[in-house]
Design a protein around this ligand. Sequence first.
Ligand SMILES: [Zn+2]
Length: 94
Amino acid sequence: MFCEQCGAPIPEGARFCEQCGAPVAQEVDVALVTPAEPEATPVPEPEPQPVHDSQMPRRGDAVPRTGLLPVRLIIGTLILLGLAFAAYWVLANL
Ligand SMILES: [Zn+2]
């Protein structure tokens, strides 16, 4: 914060300039309103573009991931069936 009258630095929360005594309440209101608006406007604009770019690689990654899951399940079930069959075969020969 800087005083409009003399340009002296004013600590946040101060209502009057320490150098010239000019009221700073109006500057505080402007400073609180102005930063909130530019922060709200740019946020929605840049997000949609990265979302489209991120969805494309995500979809490509999702396809192999979903394709690998059944393979792992099939391999796991085959191993379990093999172990079960081996155990059954060992127990049957005993
Ligand atoms: Zn001043």
